[in-house]
Design a protein around this ligand. Structure first.
Ligand SMILES: Nc1ncnc2c1ncn2[C@@H]1O[C@H](COP(=O)(O)OP(=O)(O)OP(=O)(O)O)[C@@H](O)[C@H]1O
Length: 586
């Protein structure tokens, strides 16, 4: 039941993806099967007349299993030419069929690859559009595993499914040929096949359960690899590699165990089919000769049909196992796709940015992290536009949480946040108005230019250099071996911490934001570099709204207009700064 509903969902998704291509693939399969069947039918009169073609004692045209005009024409030919004509026809039909099969074999993998790409893109998009609150609750390895391992398995399963169609289509053709030769034997063979299928039905459940275990083991492996790679530097420094090796070895043993179990299910099935198939063939041959006294040519065709049919039945059964095994991976994809779509944000990020005129008002806002008792409350706060505000408070007091609310990443549980009098979460284009520089500044593998551009390629170099100068990063980028085209490595490993943060600030400024949010963006800098950034922020004073979290608030006093104090999850009001006061923030 569970298997069937999963299969239905899979088929629906494939159909909805590209009904035309799927139908075309199906038609190719039917055509190839029909030609194979007709080729086989051509064998029938051929075999029937093998012992007759030298004399002219030919059967009547209606006994030739072909249209009467064709039988008449063949009868009129001399015996040797008749045989030659039939062999040519047989070869022609099989040739045509093999052309169709070749074409189908090319078409199916393309359809499968497109389908998997489509699934991957759908999940990517759903992830990108879902709420941060939901995403932050789940480990990224969950998504990584679905996007890589699970979808790869769905691809393999999909290919098996497309092949299965061709094998299923060929069944009735073979059966018709066999039935024309001997109805009794054919019905007996079919009953045996159905019995065998029924006897082996438990393998379907085993394959599906095994598929669930493989998905789980793959997710654990993704998780461990991600954590290992993320902490590699520290693991090496602390010499903790051995512990990880042990973890890897356990996770891999788990995964290989389940993969092996599936190979065992498959090979057992194949060997059962070989054995029972041989037995069935022996029984049918015996029945055919001893009880039914079938002529040798009928027996020959029957054996030929069953010799081809049996491996097909085995292939179909194994193909189904592969599909049952893949379905949990498909279900995983569907589960996360639906979950992400349910958490879709309604913000229309494509709307053009506006200006921030007056300021941002928080009114009785409360927010609590999911599965946590930590609450962030903002009873009444007004952040004036075009001012630079520093947010201070002890570690863990809720400063980042407050910035997440301000940037619209998190929605308040109650209360409201309004920008120029309009509710933040009903504002189209809010994200276009702001730029955010977090503690971990997310530099990705690519050139300096790629990082400034978020991988796109639509800005002039002059804009880059202007932003780099503003972020006090112009000198260091000029000194890089290839300037803007220098590769910075994975997570920017080829740059120092300070260089990464200045690059991230330049990238933020390139967006020409109305609101610039910096969350301890100078934490990795020495005092000289920090001073450079603070100078850059001072230069922006009055041009845009800046909100900056820093523990070095004394050093930035000349660059800011006001401050907000956060204590134990409670965000205070905006206070003007008097930089001349010795201890300006109480
Ligand atoms: N995703 C989360 N789920 C549950 N609790 C969280 C989550 N993020 C933060 N918290 C909790 O909320 C509280 C405030 O965290 P937050 O990161 O906002 O503090 P902070 O003032 O920015 O700290 P720091 O100065 O150390 O960066 C902390 O106690 C933290 O444990």
């Amino acid at each position: 039941m569970i298997i069937n509903s999963s299969l239905t969902r899979f088929l629906r998704a494939l159909w909805q993806f590209d009904a035309v291509s799927l139908s075309y693939n199906l038609l190719l399969n039917i055509a190839a099967a029909a030609f194979e069947g007709i080729g086989f039918m051509a064998l029938l009169p051929l075999l029937k007349q093998i012992h007759q073609f030298r004399d002219d004692n030919l059967p009547a045209p209606d006994a030739w299993a072909m249209p009467a005009y064709l039988a008449e024409w063949l009868r009129a030919l001399p015996a040797d030419q008749r045989l030659l004509a039939m062999l040519c026809a047989f070869f022609g039909l099989i040739g045509l069929q093999s052309l169709l099969v070749t074409y189908r074999e090319q078409h199916s993998p393309i359809l499968q690859l497109r389908f998997v790409d489509h699934m991957r893109m759908a999940l990517f998009r759903a992830l990108a559009e879902s709420r941060w609150r939901f995403l932050a609750l789940h480990h990224s390895s969950e998504f990584v595993s679905v996007l890589t391992n699970d979808l790869q398995r769905v691809g393999i399963g999909c290919l098996f499914f497309l092949q299965l169609i061709s094998q299923l289509v060929i069944f009735p053709v073979y059966f018709t040929v066999a039935f024309a030769m001997s109805p009794v034997i054919s019905v007996m063979a079919m009953l045996m096949g159905v019995l065998m299928w029924w006897g082996l039905r438990s393998s379907s459940r085993a394959s599906r359960q095994n598929g669930i275990e493989i998905s789980r083991a793959n997710k654990n492996l993704s998780n461990d690899v991600q954590e290992f790679m993320g902490g590699l530097k520290l693991i090496k420094i602390h010499g903790e590699a051995e512990g990880y090796m042990q973890r890897f070895s356990n996770v891999m043993a788990d995964l290989s165990g389940h993969l092996q179990a599936f190979y065992v299910i498959r090979s057992r099935l194949q060997s059962v089919y070989r054995l029972v198939g041989a037995l069935a063939l022996a029984v049918l041959t015996y029945v055919s000769i001893v009880w039914l006294h079938s002529p040798p040519e009928t027996l020959l065709v029957l054996i030929a049909v069953f010799a081809r049919l049996l491996p097909q039945v085995a292939k179909v059964h194994v193909g189904f196992q592969q599909i049952w095994n893949m379905l949990p991976a498909f279900d995983n994809w569907l589960y996360w796709l639906d979950a992400c779509r349910e958490q879709r944000e309604s913000l229309d990020d494509n709307k053009a940015a506006r200006t921030l005129r007056d300021g941002i008002v928080f009114n009785n806002v409360r927010y609590s992290h999911p599965q946590s008792r930590q609450v962030c409350s903002v009873p009444a706060l007004f952040i004036p536009a075009r001012k630079t505000t520093v947010v201070t408070g002890p570690s863990g007091s809720g400063k980042t949480t407050f910035l997440d609310l301000l940037s619209g990443l998190q929605r308040p549980d109650c209360g409201s946040i309004a920008v120029d009098g309009e509710l933040l979460h009903s504002q189209a284009g809010w994200r276009r108005m702001l730029a955010y520089v977090p503690q971990d500044c997310a530099i990705f593998d690519g050139s300096v230019r790629d990082n400034l551009n978020w991988g796109a390629n639509d800005m002039a170099d002059t804009a880059f250099w202007r932003a780099l100068e503003q972020a006090a990063a112009g000198d260091f980028v000029r000194n890089l071996p290839k300037g803007l085209d220098t590769w910075v490595g994975e997570r920017g490993v080829r740059l120092s911490g300070g260089e990464k943060q200045r690059l991230a600030l330049a990238r933020a400024l390139l967006r020409q934001p109305e609101l610039l949010v910096l969350d301890e963006a100078t934490s990795a800098l020495d005092s000289d570099n920090q001073q450079l950034i603070f100078e850059a922020i001072r230069a922006l004073k009055g041009q845009l709204t800046v909100v900056i979290v820093t523990h070095h608030y004394y050093d930035i006093r000349h660059a800011v207009d006001g401050y907000i104090r956060v204590e134990q999850g409670s965000v205070g009001t905006w206070q003007a700064v008097d930089p001349s006061a010795e201890n300006y923030i109480e």
